[in-house]
Structures are given as C-alpha cells and as structure tokens.
Write a protein that binds this ligand. Structure first.
Ligand SMILES: Nc1ncnc2c1ncn2[C@@H]1O[C@H](COP(=O)(O)OP(=O)(O)OP(=O)(O)O)[C@@H](O)[C@H]1O
Ligand SMILES: [Mg+2]
Length: 233
C-alpha cells in the first residue's frame, strides 16, 4: 500500500518533537529528545531500536499510557491533538481508538480467554455484539478450543494471540505493538507476525517496536530510534 508522504489526509497518528525525561534520584535521564513519527492509514510501520533506546517509552506516549515532558511536542490522532481532548475523550482514545499489545501479554489471570478479550468492550459503551466479535477473533486466531481456559493454561503464543484479540475487539484505528514476539521462540513469534500480517492485509494499521531487524522487515516501512530521535531506517 502506498501513500504520498505529503498527503496529510491519510495520517492516523502523528507524534511531533516528543521529549521524555525520567528522573532517577537526583539525575535527569533524557530518553526521548525530540522524537517524531507519522503513521498513515493502512501502513505497517516498525520502529527499530536497541534495548533502552526508548521504544516502549515512545509507544506509551503515542498510546496515551504516559505523558511527554510538559509542553514539549504534540501527539495528533486523525488530525486532532490529544492535548485538546477532554478526560473522557482521552479514555475513549485509549480504550477504542488504539489497541495496545505488550511484550508480556498483561492478561488478567482470573479471567478466561474469552472474558479477557471482551473486557475492553465492556469498559466502552459499544453496541456491537461483543461476545460474537471476540469469539470470531479468537476463532480466526486458532483459539476456538481455548475460549474458556485461563491464561496460565495457555502457551506464550496463545497468550499473545489472546492479547492481540483483546487489542482488536473494539476495532481500533491503529494497533500499537510493543515487541509482540519478544518473549516467544522464533517459530511461535513467526506465527504471531503472520497473524499481524494477515490483519494488516485486511486493512489494519500497525505501529510495532522491536530491537530485531528481521522482525522489523515484516513491516512496510522501518524507522530507527537513535539517541532519542527517530531517523529513517
Ligand atoms: N519509569 C521509568 N523510570 C525511570 N527510567 C525509566 C522508566 N522507564 C524507562 N526508563 C529508562 O528509559 C530508558 C528507555 O526505556 P524503554 O523501556 O523505553 O526502552 P526500550 O527501547 O523499550 O528497551 P527494551 O528494548 O529493553 O524494551 C531506559 O534507560 C530505561 O531504564
Ligand atoms: Mg521496551
């Protein structure tokens, strides 16, 4: 899929000049020093960076799971800066507009696979038949026989498939994936990347971070996070 770089109408998510500094005791540790990234509708973008380069930090800012340093830069979703969102709109952004996949799944252990997947739709006020959508997603991810199981009864790959289904249950405009195969063996990880690839072929916009160039190469476009800024890969 190809979009002209100058065509702003197709931009789903844009971070501009993002800064993030962590305070460790008395010391300020700047992690992001003016990072910028643009993701167009229908694109799969990979952010490649070494461990500690700030990939998770950047993804958390873009997903509104954390905030950039005061008054430094902007994050714009479908043309509107998050900074202009009300608290309620921000909650809806986190819950519905973006889907987030974590390296370590973050499934709730006491809930079944199906319940974990339905959860984001219970938080929002969506009229769709959530149970049916969740079941369809899980079936298409090869988990039809696991719907009533708890996460502890699943393999790592099955847990991540469940986490991806959960991230997609509200039909987000973009999937933010933080090292989605980072905790899996190569073969299982390849299965997860195939699943993402199939969703992408179906139109899903994806922003994925990884430290592994071979994984990044599954994306349409690679950018690199170096010394706190994003450069073309
Ligand atoms: N809450 C925090 N408080 C202090 N320092 C933090 C915090 N979160 C991250 N850092 C530091 O910021 C830097 C970037 O961390 P981040 O987790 O974003 O890197 P990463 O690129 O995702 O690394 P990895 O590939 O290991 O997941 C690291 O030096 C880390 O120690
Ligand atoms: Mg990380």
């Amino acid at each position: 899929m190809h979009f002209a770089m100058s065509d702003t109408t197709n931009i789903v998510l844009e971070g501009q000049d993002l800064h993030k500094t962590y305070r460790m005791g008395d010391v300020d540790v700047p992690v992001l020093k003016g990072a910028s990234i643009t993701v167009n509708a229908g694109e799969w973008v990979a952010i490649l960076g070494s461990s500690g380069s700030g990939k998770s930090t950047l993804l958390h800012l873009l997903g509104d799971l954390d905030r950039p340093d005061d008054d430094r830069g902007s994050i714009t979703f479908q043309g509107t800066p998050l900074s202009t969102f009300s608290q309620g709109r921000r909650n809806a952004y986190r819950n519905q507009d973006v889907g987030f996949v974590f390296q370590f799944y973050h499934l709730l252990p006491e809930l079944t696979v199906l319940e974990n997947t339905i959860l984001p739709a219970m938080v929002g006020s969506r009229s769709v038949d959530t149970q049916e959508r969740a079941t369809n997603l899980l079936n298409s991810f090869g988990l039809s026989h696991r719907l009533q199981h708890r996460p502890r009864e699943l393999s790592g790959g099955e847990r991540q498939r469940t986490a991806i289904a959960r991230a997609l249950v509200n039909n987000p405009a973009i999937l933010l994936a933080d090292e989605p195969t980072g905790n899996l063996d190569e073969e299982t990880g390849a299965g997860i990347l195939d699943l993402l690839s199939a969703e992408h072929a179906g139109g899903l916009t994806i922003l994925m971070v990884t430290h592994d160039r071979a994984i990044a190469e599954r994306a349409d476009r690679i950018v690199e996070l170096h010394h706190g800024v994003v450069v073309e890969g």
